[in-house]
Write a protein of this length. Sequence first.
Lengths: 468, 488
Amino acid sequence: MELYITEISKYLITLLLALYTLECFLCFRFSDEERRRGIYIRQNFLMFFVHFSCFMVICFQTGKLEYLFFYIFQQILLFATVMLFHMIYPKGNRLIINNMCMLLSIGFVILTRLSYEKAIKQFFIVTVSIAIGMVIPYLLQKFKFLKSLTWVYAMVGACALGIVLALGSVTHGSKISYSIGGITFQPSEFVKILFVFFLASALYEANDILRVTLTAIVAGMHVLILVASKDLGSALIFFIVYVFMVYIASGNVLYLLLGTAGGCGAAVVAYQFFTHVQVRVQAWKDPWSCIDDAGYQITQSLFAISSGGWFGLGLFEGNPTSIPFVEADFVFSAVAEELGIIFAICVILISISSFIMFMNISIKLRDRFYQLIAFGLGITYIFQVFLTIGGGTKFVPMTGITLPFISYGGSSVLTTLIMFFIIEGLYMIRQDEGVRSVRRKKEKAGRQGTSYAKEDAKRAAESQTEDE
Amino acid sequence: MQKKMQRERQRARQKTSRQIRIVTGMFVALFFAMVGYTCYYAMTNKQAMINNSYNSRQEMLITQNTRGTIYAYDGQVLAQTVVDADGKETRQYPFANMFAHVVGYASHGRFGVEAQTNYYLIQSNVKLSDKVASEMSGEKYPGDSVITNLDVHLQEVAYQSLGVYKGAIIVTEPSTGRILAMVSKPDFDPNEIESIWDELREDKDSGVLLNRATQGLYPPGSTFKIITALEYIRENPDTYGNYSYQCGGRFTRGEDVINCFHGTAHGSENFTKSFAKSCNASFANISVMLDRPSYGDTLEKLLFNCDLPVSFAYNKSKVIMDETVSDSDVMQASIGQGTDQITPLHMNMITAAIANDGILMKPYLIDRIENDNGNIMKQFSPEPYGSLMSQDEAEALTKLMSEVVESGTATKLKGLSYTAAGKTGSAEYNSDKSDSHAWFTGFAPVEDPQICVTIIIEGAGSGGDYAVPIARRIFNAWLEPGDGGSGS
């Protein structure tokens, strides 16, 4: 009986998530939220079934009742998030919220399987984070002064990173966190958002060479502090975000090439001078030759991914806990092993669909500042997904950063939630922009009465309905 | 003015939109590359990873499934796991020593088919309902079975024929590459592996654990003349028939002397006779005329110093041949002495390619994998490796090798109900030149080769006297079913 349930649910779970993922991309066929409603409701049902099926397997496998209660709490949280958000922000984007909840629920499933205690801790952090996140779209629309805080962002960000470097505690060889009142923070996570705000506010008006140089100095400072803290993954994210944001702000492809060349040069220098960089690269090039030490984690991760096959071994049927720090750095490999490669690919595709939505919103935003923020956060998010999954699959050297929403880690999940809610805020700002611009054009058209202006207004009205 | 500014702004916005789209596309492409790479890497390396000793999933599968059974091609059990009343598992090998090296053992790092197919043996692909039934009765799931190409009768004949000698025999089907028999001596009883392991490990001299058929490196002796002949034919495709030489029992060049076996003077001989009589002096004479880089290329094409296209443990054959090699060394190399080294497996592959119009089929041991319900999980098929020589060259060599049987060193294969072709060798391995390994490599029937045999007997004497009679027994077993054989 148990065996039938676990076997059949393997295929069922994969199928349900594949359908959910399909809906993620189908929604790009429609340009207004109204027509996507059917998709969103179907997604909510699929989400529920995936989550439910996974926990049914967990309950059968463990035979413990507490897992059932835990599931119910999770379900309530996710349901409340979807419903409340829709009620508070009827004009919000529901794909982003759905994807957020879908990924969170996958995170709960895999964390519960890996470590019940950590899953519970994560659940509380997520609950608080969502409560905080819910007010962000509102604040973003109210706080018009965010554009002018350029140097505040830079100062706060650099200081936060500097303090960690000076006083932080060492975890796995990197100084990345410090504790206040028993709660451990990883400031590099939050500083990512400040950094994007800094770049957006510094570059939205002027993007001459002086500005770019000035931002380069600040960005370089951030990156250097992170390298000194041995947090190479975050350093790389900051660097990439800087290069791409300067490219979009200036529109000059030369900056992108210059930045890439500079980055490659810096990587070579880092490789020459830091042994921990050499060790990472060595473990990436040939993990099998150093399987006892540097290559241990990555080879264990590869074992996990390859043993799963297309549909996975089933929850509790594999051995993902053989990977050190699996719940933070290698959660993707655990997902691939027990839930299957197809499921894992769906997780990637859901992340990509969120990214594409971020970028669509960025394109539609008229205000340059907000446009740059949406773009910068999108790059931050997707590049982090890329680094962590690429690291676990030996596609790129391992950097030891988390998979947003799925990995265990309070700072990570709070930061990603804030990022997603900021995007929601920007989405609603865009809608107000659209309404305002139509109103303005209409007024203008009425005043001038020319056919040209009328046409213009018509075009603007059309473009407004097209807005995401 | 205002309109112009507005239009400029519009253009700038469009440019930004385009750039954002490009960046989006870049990242999506990056992810596709990563997903493709991951799937490819995980799927292609799946077996190697499961077999890696650092992978704990192997232990998981072993506790979950009973190790599968290894069968001969006709269905006889070669290795199986027996579970007693207490649930204690024992690996049994019904034929004991006979299949020791080829089937191998399942503990102490594993060996042979046990190692090669470990991945399949520890998996269980039985029907779900059977799994449930096993679960109910508290048994482990039955592992998948491996059906090999091995023929029990042929193996038995080969095993018995080698007698008390050390050495190896490998028998294949030239048109498919199927390995029909593989014997290595000295041998051991895999049933006793637990108790004899330490003793075998310590005994470095006799190398009992070595599979001589695939891992044993021997001086090829006169069997190497097949390759020297091929190179001579390649360099003189139209005129090699005109070759003539007067053999006085030795070939001298400067201070170097190459003696014929037992110093026999072969008299006046052409190319065919030189080959048939295995005349060392004549081949030394040929060798100094050969273009050394081209000779080196031919050897490389025949997979010397290269990886062999097989999926089990073996050693690479070694030979040094380029323009820097001295006359003296070329003379030695061309008759398979000196530093040349080859495995019986490799010699068999070259012979099989000659029998198969120059096309080498990859030698393989495993026919298929079945689950416990008898459904085929994976079927292995014959795979061509490629052409080692042209069809004309293969035909020319076949003629030479037929003459060896007709009038040369392997006349013990003459006058049978089938025709055979081959080459003998007596590889001297001691400086005092009294001891030699007996070689034979050949195939039968000549018109339609069905079986290719390579034999090495350590320290027995001449190939014609010791190896050829064994070849005859193996050919008989396969080609004359009435003779008690189990021929196909």
